[in-house]
Design a protein. Sequence first.
Length: 248
Amino acid sequence: MPDLLRWAGRRSTNNPDRPFAKGRRWLQATVLALLALGCGAEATHGAAPATEVYVISNGWHTEIGLPAALLGGPLAAVRRDFPGAAYVAFGWGERAFYMSPSPTWTEALRALLPARAVLLVLALGTVPSRAFVAGIRVTALPLRPAGERELAAFLWRSFAQTKAGEPDRLGPGPYPASAFYAATGTYDGGHTCNTWTAEALSEAGLPVRTAGVIFAGQVMRQVRALRADPTVPSPSRQGAGAMPDQAQ
């Protein structure tokens, strides 16, 4: 649960304590491809209106994606680190596991105990529903203007800050156009990345339950229910190229 991308694939290894090897090369190729899509692209290239939040899940970990244009106010300091981004994904997790080049089962078990948290920020060159493929589910939910502001405020509160009031960048992330930042809050078995995602959606004004949420399925069931609820406005499909909810 600590990280969608890093759980999705690791370098091959003969060490049985390193179970996260499969798919690393495919994932890197996918990230490079999606970044290439954004290079030199016009703002109208399949761009969805800046009124959607994207919930990204691989089945056990969830993240939040949103248009880079929403990173205003204090979050502009984060946006400056990724000047070419059209969209940005935020993943919250246990710091030692998240930042380990090759996390082990031992590190995964340690992540169940209270520990410092970290944010992985990944810049995307295209809408998240095009950026993630092969089993990564991306669902868009509509946000009202007040929800946009509250979500931005929640994200900013998730960043630990330096004495100068800037996001505390810890170093580059594992993929192109990504970086780790020190995060507020404590990660443990009862407060996971999925808890954080549910809290983000709730803060954005969406009717998402947060109590007892620790698994990705608990988040995604609520997200699917919101998509099916006729009282919840459907995300706008204005402009060229409506995006599918799930990457193919």
